[in-house]
Design a protein around this ligand. Structure first.
Ligand code: PLP
Length: 306
């Protein structure tokens, strides 16, 4: 299974040369940044573990990657969600379908949350996990300390690549959800003293929310990546015509399919930043996978904007 050493490709966007690190090509079942964040689970001694427990969105990329891993390691997987929409239950697709196929068990707890007054995270971590001795708990989106191992490997691949192919300073751009990938990448670069800056943007919540996530991972502010933005507020999972237009433009200009949930915002922020602040910088965009999620996002976009 090819789970590291993804290729780097030169592309041209609006006449500007950039590189893309194709983590989306790592492996069809286990790709993108969830593969990096869950990497340590591939090698970890799991003899004491019976099941994986996680929670979050019913269409999350982390859900699918974790289900692949559970299957691979011969473990059961319980995934807690608030609710499963009736239409999706009737005709599963995307990450939900993939996880079902891998044997993940979905547990709907919307009603229990209402009566207990807890949110999903509290409910699972406080009421479920402590009662399950032989369970391995993975927080939503793979936001945990153990993600460090795989993300450091990714950082080392980028450092190696820079030595061979880039003359001098490099910017690495990646859009953030939990911010785990961007934070650990930047930490590695800073600690090793290499000339690589990490830029990111907040796709879930705003910059303050993202800095809160960095803090929750126990990081000192000295290691926080730089957060850039277009100034416009986007709501996670909502549809925006400029995002769809840019996604299509990227596909036409580069022949690469990006993800529709994070990448359009990442590219919008990056292109704005480069125009204003850094017209001559050498830039690598990190393609973090997530293409299975396009199976639900793309039909939504097509219905709305054609
Ligand atoms: C999960 C995911 C992200 C966000 O990663 P974080 O480490 O949570 O910031 C970005 N892009 C894609 C495609 C993802 O699947």
């Amino acid at each position: 299974m090819q789970l590291s050493e993804s290729p780097v490709q030169a592309i041209c966007v609006d006449g500007r040369s950039l590189w893309v690190k194709r983590d989306d090509l790592l492996h069809p079942d286990f790709s993108g940044n969830k593969a990096r964040k869950l990497y340590y689970l591939l090698h970890q001694d799991l003899s004491h573990v019976e099941r994986f427990i996680s929670y979050g969105s019913v269409q999350s990329n982390a859900l699918y990657s974790l289900s692949v891993l559970a299957k691979l390691r011969g473990k059961a997987m319980d995934y807690y969600v608030t609710r499963i929409p009736a239409w999706l239950r009737q005709s599963p697709l995307g990450n939900y379908q993939g996880a079902l196929d891998n044997g993940a068990r979905f547990i709907e707890v919307g009603d229990r949350l209402q009566s207990s007054g807890q949110n999903l995270e509290q409910y699972v971590s406080e009421s479920i996990v402590p009662q399950q001795g032989a369970a391995l708990f993975v927080p939503e989106g793979g936001r945990f300390e153990q993600a460090r191992e795989g993300v450091y490997r990714l950082a080392d691949e980028i450092i190696q690549w820079q030595r061979l192919h880039a003359a001098g300073a490099l910017i690495v751009m990646l859009p953030s959800g939990t911010g785990t990938t961007a934070l650990f990448l930047n930490q590695r670069f800073k600690m090793l003293g290499v000339d690589i800056r990490v830029l990111t943007c907040a796709c879930v919540g705003d910059a303050d929310y993202l800095r809160g996530q960095f803090a929750q991972l126990g990081s000192s502010p000295a290691y926080y990546p730089e957060i850039i933005s277009t100034g416009k507020k986007f709501h996670f999972g909502k549809l925006y015509p400029e995002c769809y237009a840019l996604w299509r433009q990227l596909r036409a200009q580069t022949d690469i399919e990006f993800d529709l949930l994070y990448d359009p915002q990442g590219w919008l922020a990056l292109l704005t930043y480069l125009k204003l602040d850094c017209p001559d910088c050498q830039v690598m965009y990190l393609h973090q996978g997530g293409l299975l999620g396009n199976a639900t996002m793309l039909p939504r976009y097509r219905r709305k904007y054609g």
